[in-house]
Design a protein around this ligand. Sequence first.
Ligand SMILES: Cc1cc2nc3c(=O)[nH]c(=O)nc-3n(C[C@H](O)[C@H](O)[C@H](O)COP(=O)(O)OP(=O)(O)OC[C@H]3O[C@@H](n4cnc5c(N)ncnc54)[C@H](O)[C@@H]3O)c2cc1C
Length: 373
Amino acid sequence: MKTADIIIIGGGLSGSAIGLGLMQKGVDRVVLFDEQRPTQRLSRGNFGLTWFMCKGASHPVYAQWSRLACKQWPDFASMLEEETGYNVELEWTGGAVHALGDTEFKAHEASIENLKTVCAEVGLDYPVSMLDRGAFSDLIPDITLGEDVSGAMYTPEQGHVNPLKLLGAMRCGFQKKGGTFIGGQSVYAVVPQRDNTVVVKTGAGEFQAKKVVIASGHGSKRLMISLGEHLNIYPQRGQLMVSQRSRRVLKIPVLAVRQTMDGTFVIGLSTEDTALNNRVTTEAMKSQASNAIRLFPELAKVNWIRAWGAIRVMTPDGAPTYTKVEGYDNIFAVALHSAVSLAPLATNIVAPWVLGEVGHPLMSNFKNGRFNV
Ligand SMILES: Cc1cc2nc3c(=O)[nH]c(=O)nc-3n(C[C@H](O)[C@H](O)[C@H](O)COP(=O)(O)OP(=O)(O)OC[C@H]3O[C@@H](n4cnc5c(N)ncnc54)[C@H](O)[C@@H]3O)c2cc1C
């Protein structure tokens, strides 16, 4: 039987970020399996925001955790470029969430005040302010706002990346430091052993490790059930629409619309409960396109050329789960939405925790068991 120090099951953003962190910590033999089914496009086909604003509105610790992640993003992107040569196209331009009408403007104001207090409780700043319509328009002078836009909440301390390059960079960094990536291979069972090791069964044979990290997105549920634990996640579809390249006019991302470095507009804020069906629908595209046009009317003239759906991994409270599987000190599971935004923490905090370092104080709030009440 082949052996490793740590096996990670799932080479999406979460597994790759943790794998990179483990290699940076000097672990000798880490093996990362990814079954690479074409339908599992979540880590490649997301919206690419590195974002904290509005996150955790009803979960204070998640708000703090998201803020912490954004603080680490610029250094994280530089580290990835230095270690791998990948430019993940981080644009640290700030980001905005627009408001339509007076009521929404006031709700945004209230949300800022609330989250400022929440972040201050753990010594974190929350550098977000409201811009009136004029100030918002000055920020993005090359594109005209729709007439219903009353303003926006804005922070200079977040941005967006190219999610494909981010995934590529983290996998590359992991392998450059000696990690073994085994693609196209499913793990079908995780079997704890009496000698405190764990055997992982795959189509390519059995592998034995001292520790296992389950970071398999929706696939994690099945693996954990056989270990006796129900992972509290559910699927939520999001659909993205992508345009032809056009002149760069939107230089900061807005929650629902961004324009990439090469001029492509991306729209994507739909949410639907759909089990694991990732197809696109005209209803969702129509609805999100009309919202985007209400924000920026000239998007109606842009040629939209592609669309796809992907299935978010949602927890009931929206916050991430980082947990030890009940009854086992050496089997870990992670499940989360926002794995782009939270990637620096997966590498810098979650990976050391897997190695046995004391976790960040906020992490005790993210156990899977929090839902068992
Ligand atoms: C429309 C949309 C927009 C989004 N926008 C953003 C955004 O702007 N910012 C942000 O932070 N997040 C965003 N997200 C969320 C983000 O994409 C996810 O949080 C992230 O991709 C989850 O990564 P993961 O590695 O945890 O899971 P996954 O991406 O699901 O990766 C799990 C991997 O495990 C593999 N796997 C599963 N089972 C097995 C098995 N048995 N054996 C081996 N391998 C296995 C799969 O092949 C897969 O590659 C968005 C999501 C959607 C749908």
